[in-house]
Design a protein around this ligand. Structure first.
Ligand code: OAD
Length: 254
């Protein structure tokens, strides 16, 4: 492992452009449940009953309640050393694109913390492309207007003040397309990256899971950090086994 850490550090150090792709594993040490690991959300809940447009049409109150529960849970969590290390990397160096499948906003919070501690005015270079949306926003299911997440609405989704349709969390559900501008920017970054660093994702959900392959096909290298093997492991240039909260600070600096 120390040798792999050294190799990964050197690859990252020498790269001009780095794409970092994160998944639920990166937030696991903050106490946010993953989806498919032990204790993961999709082991206790059925996605088709909670995370599809059809589920929301059928029972908006149930879907809303589940997302309000997740929002409450995330409000109790804080970024961990993995988030902090990535945020500091993105503020210290040019050429870093952070892409996350997570909707928990912890990369944003780490970016603000890192900007404060490094004395940097603008945390934006450390804000991720959120390819699956963000729980800290709502979106009107009718007119599409985005607003800050509503903290009320215990008995179901509030109505949009513009058009009257129910609000929904601004996240991507099963069967929905990703925002083409957001995934397009991520794919462009993958194409030009010398290194794609993939952390804490099962690499099962496309198109996000296809980003490392884009880098690999354009002669870049792929470094994976995960507790367990994934479908990406066999084709990764380096695969580091361990918790992202420990391994990321070792390979990108803390
Ligand atoms: P998963 O729950 O599918 O996978 C989590 C991955 O993180 C697994 O490979 C674990 O082995 C790994 N892991 C867990 N804890 C870790 C730790 N502390 N350090 C390192 N690795 C750890 O989560 P995602 O891959 O993010 O989509 O799931 C992808 C998408 O599926 C999510 O964005 C969500 C879900 O359905 C939508 O909601 C659209």
């Amino acid at each position: 492992m120390p040798e792999l850490v050294q190799q990964a550090s050197a690859m990252l150090e020498n790269a001009q452009r780095i794409l970092v792709l994160t998944g639920a594993g990166v937030s696991a040490e903050s106490g946010v449940p993953t989806f498919r690991s032990e204790g993961g959300l999709w082991r206790s809940y059925r996605p088709q009953e909670l995370a599809t447009p059809e589920a929301f049409q059928r029972d908006p109150a149930l879907v809303w309640e589940w997302y309000q529960w997740r929002r409450g849970l995330i409000a109790e969590c804080a970024p961990n050393p993995g988030h902090h290390a990535l945020a500091r990397l993105a503020l210290r160096r040019d050429g870093i694109t952070l892409v996350t499948q997570n909707v928990d906003g912890l990369h944003h919070r780490a970016a603000r913390d890192a900007a404060d501690s490094l004395g940097v005015m603008n945390p934006e270079p450390a804000f991720p492309l959120e390819v699956h949306g963000a729980l800290h926003r709502d979106r009107c299911s009718g007119c599409g207007r985005r607003t800050a997440a509503c903290t009320e609405g215990d008995s179901g989704p509030p109505d949009c003040t513009d058009c009257g349709a129910p609000l929904r969390p601004d996240v991507v559900w099963f069967g929905e397309s990703l925002d083409p501008r957001v995934i397009g920017a991520a794919q462009e970054a993958a194409l030009h990256a010398d290194v794609c660093l993939v952390a804490g994702t099962s690499a099962l959900v496309y198109p996000a899971a296809g980003l490392p392959e884009i880098t690999r096909q354009s002669d870049g290298v792929v470094i994976e950090v995960n507790l367990a093997p994934t479908p990406l492991t066999a084709s990764a240039t380096l695969s580091l086994r361990g918790p992202t909260g420990e391994v990321l600070p070792m390979i990108v600096g803390s």
